[in-house]
Design a protein around this ligand. Structure first.
Ligand code: THU
Length: 161
């Protein structure tokens, strides 16, 4: 029997104000993206913003449906839009935030496994990592460079690619 240990690496900042200007601006875009969240069922609004190498910003928000499983997370709305429209303009960074009137969010919302798996594929498509910035209102900010820290056991099979 062999014991393997995986260490993940991410940075925590006390607030968005501690980030550099480019990252702060992207956080503002993620907050703006929440405005178009369609979340009447969960009442949980999520906004995602992608900064592309060209400087273009892509926004996504969670889109729910009365047939519940038909909805999609903010991150995948943004990432699939990127794949459909700008696949040759690499994603430099992605900021994600959330808000609900139902309770207080005290720590960043970490993207679900499906969104992380999709982000992993985007990194593979563009052959470079994406800086991920997760934040909520007044809480701390978590930053990682590349998806592997958040999803070390992502599904990958070279022979399917
Ligand atoms: N949601 C996201 O948009 N991103 C995440 O990373 C986690 C969850 C959405 C899905 C659903 O519309 C609502 O938040 C509650 O789960």
């Amino acid at each position: 029997m062999t014991n393997h240990e995986i260490k993940i690496n991410f940075w925590e900042y006390a607030s968005v104000k501690e980030l550099d200007t480019i990252d702060q601006d992207l956080c503002v875009e993620a907050v703006k993206a929440m405005k178009n969240s369609h979340s009447p069922y969960s009442k949980f609004r999520v906004g995602a913003a992608l900064l592309l190498k060209s400087g273009k910003i892509i926004q996504g928000s969670n889109q729910e449906n009365v047939a519940y499983p038909s909805g999609l997370c903010a991150e995948r709305v943004a990432l699939f839009y990127w794949g459909a429209n700008h696949p040759d303009d690499p994603i430099v960074s992605m900021a994600v935030t959330a808000h609900t009137d139902e309770f207080e969010l005290k720590r960043p919302v970490t993207s679900c496994g499906s969104c992380l798996q999709v982000l992993a594929e985007c990194e593979k498509m563009q052959n470079q990592p994406v800086k991920v910035i997760l934040f909520v209102g007044q809480g701390p900010v978590w930053v990682t460079n590349g998806i592997e820290s958040f999803l070390p056991f992502l599904f990958f099979e070279e022979r399917l690619s």
